[in-house]
Ligand binder design. Structure first.
Ligand SMILES: Nc1ncnc2c1ncn2[C@@H]1O[C@H](COP(=O)(O)OP(=O)(O)O)[C@@H](O)[C@H]1O
Ligand SMILES: [Mg+2]
Length: 366
């Protein structure tokens, strides 16, 4: 078993502060994905966890033991990188066995551990091959095998699928999810791809600019993003944002105007006053084609038929990057104007700092 705790981690390179007070508690056997845009500090944080980089301040605990000053080899952590750097002249078997040879593990145990890893990763019939004879996905699995044989307490993955094509990435997502179920080991996986995060994680950490924006289960982040950044980052296609002005009515009801529409938002009003700027967020999939031409008017520019759904791009309420997802058989053409009805209970509201306004409890929403 292995829990992983980060406590007030700060990291600066010279004058540049890249991690700002990161604290996280990761449970035993959890699959946690760190997701965020390129440059937000994901790799730096992984390197601090495994000991390849020293934090400027803060502590790393594995199973409650402070390992902040422990050598990488003594932490029981294994890291798989984006560039999997296999030895081209060695067989798959020897590539996987490499860390065990370095640790001078006896031949019988070495063979048993490599065979078991190969079985889990479906590489048994490839053990005599050289890396050059393998597909990209198989090579990545060899790199993972090299980590598995060390029986680490925690696995770290740094964007391991970025070099693979889209179809293979999809397959490998499923493989990694199965691997986690098989090994039941704590895993931390870094990616800039929110779809990888949503599909694989027990919990997601959204990082931006060296700060944890939110830590929670995928659907919690989807339904209750705490910041505009998380709202825009999680979900595909991205959430639409409309800038509007709030009107607080009778001290208890918050109304905003969108195009010709006035809608009443199910949020607590104490956080805003009339005249404040509100960013209203609506997910493309939460909009419905209105049957009576009432609602938000959208000028359609591009229609993408995916099959089950059609993704419609265009302009609405001054946002020229507006998007909606409608049933696949919907007949809509570029140049048309459509009307969309908005369900206020599906709307998200953010203040001018990008902080989500608290929703009213369900019972209070009329
Ligand atoms: N060794 C280093 N020296 C100076 N700056 C660094 C170093 N490593 C990373 N950085 C900077 O820290 C920031 C975060 O980098 P990184 O952790 O690699 O981000 P990510 O993995 O999220 O793309 C970047 O601005 C990067 O340029
Ligand atoms: Mg990185």
């Amino acid at each position: 078993m292995a829990t992983l705790k980060l406590e007030n981690i700060f990291k600066s390179f010279g004058e540049t502060e890249v991690l700002k007070d990161i604290s996280l508690n990761i449970d035993d056997k959890e699959f946690v994905v760190f997701v965020g845009p390129s440059g937000c500090g994901k790799t730096t944080l992984l390197r601090i966890i495994c000991g390849l980089e020293e934090a400027t301040s803060g502590n790393v605990f594995i199973d409650e033991e402070d390992v902040s000053n422990a050598q990488p080899v003594d932490r029981g952590i294994s890291m798989v990188f984006q560039s999997y750097a296999l030895y081209p002249h060695l067989s798959v078997f020897e590539n996987i066995a490499f860390p065990l040879r370095v640790a001078k593990i006896n031949e019988a145990e070495l063979k048993e551990r490599v065979d078991r890893a190969a079985e889990i990763l479906q590489l048994t019939d490839r053990l005599d091959f050289k890396p050059g004879q393998l597909s990209g996905g198989q090579r990545q699995r060899v790199a993972i095998g090299r980590s598995i044989v060390r029986n680490p307490r925690v696995f770290l993955f740094d964007e391991p699928l970025s070099n693979l094509d889209a179809a293979l990435r999809g397959d490998m997502r499923v493989e990694l999810a199965k691997l986690h179920q098989n090994l039941k080991t704590t895993m931390v996986y870094v990616t800039h791809d929110q779809i990888e995060a949503m599909t694989m994680a027990d919990k997601i950490v959204v990082l931006n600019d060296g700060v944890v924006q939110q830590f929670g289960a995928p659907m919690e982040l989807y339904h209750h993003p705490r910041t505009k950044f998380v709202a825009g980052f999680i979900g595909h296609p991205k959430m639409n944002f409309l800038t509007t002005t709030s009107t607080v009515v009778d001290g208890s009801e918050l109304k905003v105007n969108i195009g010709e529409e006035t809608i009443s938002l199910p949020v607590e009003t104490g956080q805003t006053k009339s005249g404040d700027i509100i960013e209203l967020g609506i997910r493309p999939e939460d909009l419905v084609l209105s049957s009576d031409n009432q609602g938000l008017s959208m000028n359609v520019e591009v229609v993408e038929h995916i099959g089950a759904t059609a993704i419609i791009y265009g302009t609405a309420a001054g946002n020229d990057d507006f998007c909606t997802v409608l049933p696949g058989d919907t007949l809509i053409h570029p140049g048309e104007t459509i009307s969309l009805s908005i369900d206020p209970s599906k709307c998200h509201a953010f203040d001018s700092q990008g902080i989500a306004l608290h929703r009213k409890q369900a019972a209070e929403v009329s």
